[in-house]
Design a protein around this ligand. Structure first.
Ligand code: ATP
Length: 229
């Protein structure tokens, strides 16, 4: 397990000063690259569930995507940091970074670590799109995953929210109505294809777009060097 500590931020101070438990959401993903859909669901979840903080956590080695990311973990973390400037509730974390023991990053390990680093009174959520949540039974230890935190499951175009069993609804909070039809896969394909695609307004935050341009990521001649994440 990697030992990256969760950094403390201004909202820690706000929560502590207010003497109240904080509401923190873990938002894991490949973020290859981060896009408007990520920002939209994070903002909608923060608004709807009164979250103090959404932790954007790029994953180094996703067990179900072992072919690896296109951009390196360092580049994806850098892009996520830039994207998080969009909202004072957003923060990038390296908690799901490379482990160094050859094991992939299992979300149950990461959430267990995060939970142990938070004060016990803080409430922990996991923010996830409906497409990813559908795969949960294939993840390591789904029962413990559902028990360790609350889940905010967001609809995604093409992936309507499933109905949940009565005993699940206490821990699973559906969030409908965010309909941003964009994926990192589509963005990567567009960037590798034609120059005009990168001008697509608003799909990628401008600072992230500039980072991609400067570091020549995703183009057919870009580096794409570290495919292992
Ligand atoms: P890829 O196309 O490479 O699979 P992605 O666009 O799905 O990437 P990820 O970084 O894998 O992006 O997603 C992180 C999390 O954000 C996942 O839980 C995913 O379901 C969710 N998510 C991503 N894009 C959207 C979107 N447009 N609407 C709702 N949820 C989304």
């Amino acid at each position: 397990m990697n030992g990256v500590q969760v950094e403390h931020s201004s909202s820690d101070a706000r929560g502590a000063a207010a003497g109240r438990p904080r509401r923190i959401a873990f938002f894991g993903g490949t973020f290859d690259p981060p896009h408007r859909g990520h920002l939209a669901i994070a903002a909608a979840a923060a608004d709807r569930f009164h979250l103090d903080e959404v932790l954007f956590a790029p994953v180094a080695d996703q067990p179900l995507k072992r072919a690896g990311a296109c951009a390196s973990f360092a580049d994806r973390l850098a892009m996520v940091r830039l994207a998080c400037a969009a909202d004072s509730r957003f923060r990038a974390t390296a908690i799901d970074g490379p482990r160094g023991d050859g094991r992939p990053n299992y979300t149950i390990d990461t959430l267990t670590l995060l939970r142990s680093q938070l004060p016990p009174q803080d409430e922990l959520f996991c923010l996830i799109g409906a497409d990813s949540f559908r795969d949960l039974p294939r993840w390591r230890d789904p029962d413990r995953l559902l028990a360790i935190c609350e889940w905010i499951v967001v609809s995604r175009p093409g992936f309507p929210l499933q109905s949940f069993a009565a005993e699940q609804t206490r821990r699973i909070h559906p969030l409908e109505g965010v309909q941003v039809d964009v994926s990192s896969t589509a963005i990567r394909a567009a960037l590798a294809g034609t120059a005009k695609s990168i001008a697509e307004p608003g799909l990628i935050p401008p600072e992230v777009r500039e980072y991609i341009r400067k570091h020549r990521l995703y183009s057919a001649h870009g580096t794409g060097a570290d495919r292992t994440g």
